[in-house]
Design a protein around this ligand. Sequence first.
Ligand code: TXA
Ligand code: MG
Length: 345
Amino acid sequence: MLTRIITETLPIHNPDLFAWAVRQAVAKLQSGELVALPTETVYGLAANALDAKAVARIFSVKGRPTHNPIIVHIASLAMAQTCVRQWPSLADKLAAAFWPGPLTLVLPRSPIIPDVVTAGGPTVGVRWPSHPFIQAVIRDCGFPLAAPSANPANQISPTLAEHVQRSLDGQIPLIIDGGSTEVGLESTVLDLSAPKPCLLRPGMVPVTALELVIGDVVETRVQILDEDQGKAALRSPGLLRRHYAPKARLVIWQWRDTPDLAAQIARHGLTSRQIHVIAHTRIPQGTEWGGIHLLPREPEGFARGLYAALHHCDEAGAHLIVVEALPFEPHWQAILDRLQRAAAE
Ligand code: TXA
Ligand code: MG
């Protein structure tokens, strides 16, 4: 059990507050403490990546299994190159196209990266985030930041400072409140350490965009949905690791109309008040749902709002979250991947 400490939250919505928060965050990070801060994808829980003790604290605060490596955040190509042993021309091309931004490149690690960051493995994931706050902090620190998403292991990533407060209050000294994150899903993770580029985690930089830049087919080690989007594919046991998961059970359904949805729910023996619906075409009428979230019908907007909707369902005590089935298209792949894991039992 960790001793509880006072958690301070600092806003950054004007230049003076921003500059003050940067100084506070830098001071904490320099002294080996943890800071939760916004990136453009989700909030991160940051530590000095070159300080093994500080990074070890990330694992204990999150309850993260020690075999899961942490992404290292940099703010220049020169800094990225100090973290890796090789910098292939593919990395140059991808960095030119997508950095700063939501793409993590996995490369052979350099000796300056401690074992705890890479979970003892030979590679390190590096990312240059586009959010100005984390960029300013990295620049002023002069060292890279190890930062996983700022949530307890296996839970939904935070896209608001309030999400971080709710789960990590009393465990870290400082949370930076940058409002709602812009992308809303975690970065695309691409392994460049193997002979062929390999997708380890889909994100809002889709494979089609990667392939345009590197002119080659990207292999994939993530499980992707079957064509038919059927429930069997969404629940295929063994292949899915439950992750990014809300507390409530989550199902992905298609419904013709409101009576059809009501019939599907009745089969679960629940009342509609125990159910929250996340829709993207129209609000189901005629029933008293526990809650309804209507997200935009395009992938960027849907991704931006998804985690806040899931957090909200949990806070409201939903028993079941029904997500309206999504298009099976490359730009929806990351969203489908997260929902599939959230739906795994
Ligand atoms: O957008 C993001 O990537 C956010 C923000 C904070 O940057 N970070 C994030 O970190 O999502 P985390 O720890 O929640 O997820 C990192 C993922 C994990 O699936 C981890 O296994 C993978 O990246 N990863 C990190 N380093 C790796 C490596 N060396 N080899 C393979 N996978 C790696
Ligand atoms: Mg995470």
